[in-house]
Design a protein around this ligand. Structure first.
Ligand code: F6R
Length: 594
């Protein structure tokens, strides 16, 4: 949502802060700023991208500093609303990620007490509250200020006269990168990978003092020890490696993401026979909870778990989760979140916990919040995903969900082996699609000319169509909608025109004949139809304008391959339209506000 960074050590802070902010830009990118401490605080901030800010901002000195890249929530995109925010004296600077829910009341009270505000943000109240309570002990003042605040925050504070940073976390991610005679603070580990792979993940309620050679953390007034962990990602993982965009690189990393996630074990998942005996009362149904692309993975997971395990399975958009729809301890609740920080998903999981449901998280990020609030965690092994649009993390989520379903299913040895064999062919089949990139790119460039598009699918391909439409709209800004192919005649037909392309996902499964019928009905109304069809499908080409050939695979696994083809379509449509592919307008990678 926003990215925050901090540095204390023996080097000039500004270049480190700017470098780190560029790594976090995917979290927010409408404005940015930094403050450093020499004898006094110096601040520099502006609207626009970090890369431009880094080129144009004046040199400021100091070996301690904080920085922020913003994605506006309270207040429009202006330089005044960019962080850091200062108190009235100009001696206390704050960067913040999260939402202060009672900020208006706090602001009114502080204004009555004589504080003057320079921005429309919720964050600025924190700086003024710290000023109000400051009597020489910065940590004490931060601590008192935060007791007045309700909402979510990751906060880093820099103040004149203090060589340390004070940090605090409540429901918004904050990590400390541990260095040698220097330490780093950031919203996520990607920011300081250039400098260290040693990380401490702060927990809710933690308040810490970070100095060049020590880190002290308290929670509820007690000193606590947070274990240092080694980040499993390298600097190279977080670089473009010669690709024009992170998204393209990440699309190309998908064979590896499947292989690596497949290799990871899920020891706590047992076949249903054993589960039934061990915990008869504990599994009546499964509920998957997620947002956006992860929700689409959940919809595919629902289909696969339902088919292989025959356990009633439901999917809920996390923000629509209603705790009353779970049967207490009998519902297993699975939260899917690549970032592990999506507030809506975390809140739904907390509700599930409070109702006694066993909870499992599927995430790509070690140390993320979801890992702390779920009983068990399945880590997808995609490496860091920097492009705002989820690609390889989605494919890895599918890999985890299919692995989980296969592990739970009571299949005979032959069926189990046959699925496992098919599963293992996926990386090379995804690679075949990537090898056909140029042809798909050409269709993507054609798609760039339209203003509206429909994606249609049936059965397991309906959520795949939803993911295709989401990818296209979020990076190319082409209006795209997904429909269950059988539904499109119930209203959306009114929108079909010759310049409204339809992308039809047509694997050779039990929905194929019905899909051909839908395609013929659509075609009769004029639109161009692009079909994603199996490589040996001779029949479909007579009914459509373009066929994108997909390697032959058991239809149950077709979502992996069709998704990759659609990601490429979206990518090349967006590129043709000159869009900022890795940083789409108004979007942020990690949505840490409700
Ligand atoms: C779209 C996209 C978003 C996320 C959604 C949930 O490409 O990335 O729709 O899927 O914001 O994010 P996570 O998975 O981090 O919970």
């Amino acid at each position: 949502m926003c990215g925050i960074v901090g540095y204390v050590g023996y080097r000039e802070a500004q270049p480190i802060l700017l470098e780190s902010l560029q790594r976090l830009e995917y979290r927010g990118y409408d404005s940015c700023g930094i403050a450093t401490l020499n004898d006094s605080l110096t601040m520099s901030k502006d609207v626009g991208r970090v890369v431009d800010f880094a080129k144009n901002s004046p040199k400021i000195h100091g070996k301690a500093g904080i920085g922020h890249t913003r994605w506006a929530t309270h207040g429009t995109v202006t330089s005044a609303n960019a962080h850091p925010h200062l108190d009235c004296t100009g001696n206390i600077a704050v960067v913040h990620n999260g939402v202060i829910e009672n900020f208006q009341k706090l602001r009114d009270d502080l204004t009555k007490e004589g504080h003057r505000f320079n921005s429309d943000t919720d964050t600025e109240v924190i700086a003024h509250l710290i000023e109000k309570y400051y009597q020489g002990d910065l940590k004490e003042a931060v601590s008192k200020a935060l007791t007045e605040v309700t909402g979510t925050y990751a906060v880093v504070v820099l103040a004149k006269g203090h060589k340390d940073l004070v940090v605090a976390r409540q429901e918004s991610p904050l990590v400390i990168g541990v260095g040698d005679k220097e330490n780093f603070v950031a919203s996520d580990v990607a920011a300081s990978l250039d400098y260290t792979d040693r990380t401490i993940y702060l927990e809710d309620g933690d308040i810490g003092i970070v100095s060049p050679d020590s880190i002290t953390i308290t929670n509820n007034g007690q000193t606590v020890k947070r274990e240092e962990q080694i980040v499993p990602w390298s600097v190279e993982d977080a670089q473009k490696a010669g690709y024009e965009h992170f998204m393209l690189k990440e699309i190309h990393e998908q064979p590896k993401a499947i292989e690596n996630t497949l290799r990871a074990q899920i020891p706590f998942i047992k076949p249903l026979t054993i589960l039934g005996a061990e915990s008869e009362k504990r599994l009546e149904d499964i509920m998957l909870i997620a947002c956006g692309t992860s929700y689409h993975a959940g919809l595919i997971g629902e289909y696969v778990i339902g088919k292989l395990c025959r356990v009633p399975t439901r999917v809920k958009i996390a923000s629509e989760f209603d705790p009353n729809c779970i049967a207490l301890e009998k519902t297993w609740v699975l939260g899917i979140s690549q970032s592990g920080e999506t507030t809506d998903t975390l809140r739904a999981l907390k509700h599930a916990n409070s109702r006694g449901c066993p909870t499992i998280g599927i995430t790509n990020v070690q140390g993320s919040s979801i890992t702390r609030i779920t009983e068990q965690v399945i880590f997808t092994q995609s490496g860091p995903e920097i492009g705002v649009a989820a690609t390889k993390t989605f494919i890895a989520q599918l890999t985890a969900l299919y692995s989980l379903a296969l592990k739970m299913a009571q299949l005979d040895v032959k069926a189990q082996e046959s699925y496992q064999t098919e599963f293992k062919t996926l990386p090379s089949k995804v690679q075949q699609i990537l090898d056909n990139e140029e042809q798909i790119a050409e269709y993507g460039r054609q798609l760039a000319k339209c203003d509206n598009a429909f994606f249609v699918g049936r059965g397991i391909s309906y959520p795949v169509a939803m993911e295709g439409a989401l990818k296209l709209k979020e990076i190319s800004y082409i209006h795209a909608e997904a429909y269950a192919a059988g539904e499109i005649k119930h209203g959306p037909f009114a929108l079909l025109r010759s310049n409204t392309p339809i992308i039809a996902i047509a694997p050779r499964d039990n929905t194929y004949d019905a899909m051909l019928t839908s395609i013929k009905e659509i075609k009769a109304r004029g639109p161009q139809v692009i079909a994603l069809a199996q490589e040996d499908d001779e029949e479909i080409q007579q009914f459509v304008d373009i066929v994108i050939r997909i390697p032959k695979v058991d239809p149950l696994f077709s979502p992996f391959l069709n998704t990759v083809a659609m990601q490429l379509l979206a990518y090349y449509a967006a590129k043709e339209r000159g869009c900022a592919i890795d940083l789409p307008v108004n979007l942020a990678k990690s949505v840490t506000v409700p």
